[in-house]
Design a protein. Structure first.
Length: 184
C-alpha cells in the first residue's frame, strides 16, 4: 500500500498545484477586472473637471451609502486631500482617505486598490489626479466588492470540490493500477 501511495503522490501534487494555479488566476482576474468601470469613470470625471465643470455641478445631489449599495460613487478632493464634493458616504459621512494615497497618486497619476473604510465595507477604488485652471486635485471612484467577493467564494468552493474529486479519482486509479501490478 505504501508503494501505491508513493506512486499516487506525484498525481496529488500536480492536482494540487493545478487547482491552486486555477484558483489564483481566476481570483486575480475577478478582482482586477473589478477596477475597470472605476478606471473609465475616473477618466471621464477627470476630463470634465479639466474642462472647468465645477465638482458640485458634476456630482449633483446624489448620496450613495456604499456600505449598503452596489452603485459606484465618486469623491473629489482638492490638492490638500480635503473633500470638495462626494456622492459616497458611509453612515452619513465621507470616510477619510490616508494621505499616502494622494502622495502615491501624484507620482504615478492613477492608483487602484482595495479600500476598507470600516469593518465589513470593502471597495475597489481608483484615484486619479486631475488639473484644472492651474489647480490640482484627486478623483476617487469606487464600488462595493461584495459581489466580486461572493464570486470568489463560489470559485473557491468549485475549485476545492474539483480538487477533492480529482484527488480521490487519482487515488482510486493508483490503487486499481497498483493492485494489478502486484504479483498474485
Amino acid at each position: 500500500m505504501i508503494k501505491i501511495l508513493l506512486n499516487w503522490l506525484p498525481l496529488f501534487i500536480v492536482t494540487t498545484l493545478l487547482s491552486l494555479t486555477l484558483l489564483v488566476a481566476v481570483q486575480q482576474n475577478y478582482r482586477l477586472s473589478a477596477n475597470d468601470p472605476q478606471i473609465q469613470f475616473s477618466l471621464e470625471v477627470k476630463e470634465l473637471l479639466a474642462e472647468g465643470v465645477p465638482p458640485e455641478a458634476l456630482l449633483g445631489e446624489n448620496r450613495i451609502d456604499f456600505a449598503q449599495s452596489l452603485s459606484p460613487f465618486v469623491i473629489i478632493y482638492d490638492q490638500a486631500g480635503s473633500v470638495v464634493a462626494s456622492t459616497g458616504y458611509v453612515d452619513g459621512q465621507v470616510p477619510s482617505m490616508p494621505q499616502g494615497v494622494f502622495a502615491k497618486t501624484v507620482k504615478v497619476g492613477k492608483t487602484a486598490f482595495t479600500w476598507q473604510p470600516m469593518k465589513g465595507v470593502r471597495t475597489a477604488v481608483v484615484v486619479a489626479k486631475y488639473e484644472t485652471n492651474g489647480t490640482t486635485g484627486f478623483v476617487l471612484v469606487g464600488r462595493s466588492l461584495s459581489e466580486i467577493e461572493a464570486r470568489i467564494m463560489r470559485l473557491g468552493l468549485i475549485v476545492g470540490l474539483g480538487w477533492l474529486a480529482t484527488s480521490i479519482a487519482t487515488l482510486v486509479f493508483s490503487i486499481v493500477v497498483g493492485r494489478k501490478k502486484l504479483p498474485e
